[in-house]
Design a protein around this ligand. Sequence first.
Ligand code: AHM
Ligand code: MG
Length: 343
Amino acid sequence: MSSKISLSRYLVEQQRSKGHIPADLRLLLEVVARACKSISHAVNKGALGGVLGSAESENVQGEVQKKLDIIANEVLLEANEWGGHLAAMASEEMDSIYLVPNRYPQGEYLLLFDPLDGSSNIDVNVSIGTIFSVLKKPEGTSQDGTPSAPGVTEQDFLQPGKQQVAAGYCVYGPQTTLVLTVGDGVAMFTLDREQGSFVLTQENVQVPADTQEFAINMSNMRHWADPVRKYIDECLQGKEGPRGKDFNMRWIASMVADVHRILTRGGVFLYPWDKREPHKAGKLRLLYEANPMSWLIEQAGGASTNGHTRILDLQPGQLHERVSVVLGSRNEVERITQYHAEI
Ligand code: AHM
Ligand code: MG
C-alpha cells in the first residue's frame, strides 16, 4: 500500500479530524486543484499547443492579455460553475463578477483568482502560477444594516483578507506544486504526473524569521518612497553597512514563484507604491494576489503589510483594488514597517 498522501486524502482527513473543512469547501478545493492540473498541462505544451503569445485583448486594468491568461480563466470558470459549491467567482481577468448560471445549484462560497500570475513570463518559459482565495458569501444583513440583496453582488466580495476560509496557489515551474492553507498551517503538494494527482510533499511550512535575501524590481528604485529606498540601500551596503551582513537579491517577476521561494527558504518580497502612477496604491491586486499570499505567509509564521497596516486587515473598497505589498520573513517585514512609521 502506498504511504503517499494525496490532496484528496489530506482534505478528507482535515475535514474529519480537525473540522477545518466543510464538505462543500473540500469539493471546491478539489475542483480548483483539478483546474490547476489542466492549466499545468496547457502551460507544459507551450508552443506545441499553440497557447503562447498575445490574445490581442486587454483586461479591465488595461493590461494586454496572453492566450494562456484567457485559457486559464476559462478553465477555472468551467470547472467551478456546475458543482453546487459556489455562489460566484471574480477574476483579475474579468471586469465584473461571474454568477453561477441559474441552471446549476448555488453554494455559499465565493472564489477569487488570478488565473495566470506572472504573465510576462509565459512566453519565456519561466515559472508562472494560479493564485486563489475563498470567501463565504455574507449572510443576513449588509454592512449598512439593510437586508442583503438576493443573489450575489460585488459588495459580497469586498471582505478583508482575514475572513478568507481557504487560500493557495499552484506554481507551474520545474515541478507543478500546489500550496494551500485552510487556516491550519501551510501544506505543499507536488503533481505526480504518472498518477495524475497532487501528493503531499511538505506540511507545516515555516518561513524563517530572519533572512539575507530580498526580492524587488530594482529598476523602479528612482520611483520608490524613502522608507523602501532606505531599507534596500542598507541591504546593498552589505557587511560594510548598518546591517553588518551581505544580502542576496532575487526577482522572478512572478509573485507565485517569488513567494514560493520565500515559503521554501525565507526572504522578503516588496512590490511597493511608487511614483510612476502615484494615484495607484501599488501594482498588485488586493483580492486576487495580496490577500491569499498574505494569509499563506502568516500561516507559515511570516508577516505581510502595506507598510502601515497588516494586509489581512484592509477593508477592500473595490474588486480590482491595488495595494502596496511587503511580505515574508517576520523580522525584515517589521523593520520595513518601522521605517514607514519613522520616515
Ligand atoms: P500579472 O498578474 O499581470 O502577471 O502581474 C503581477 C506580476 C507579479 O506576479 C509580479 O510580482 C509582478 O507583476 C512583476 O512586475 P514587474 O513586471 O514590474 O517586474
Ligand atoms: Mg497576477
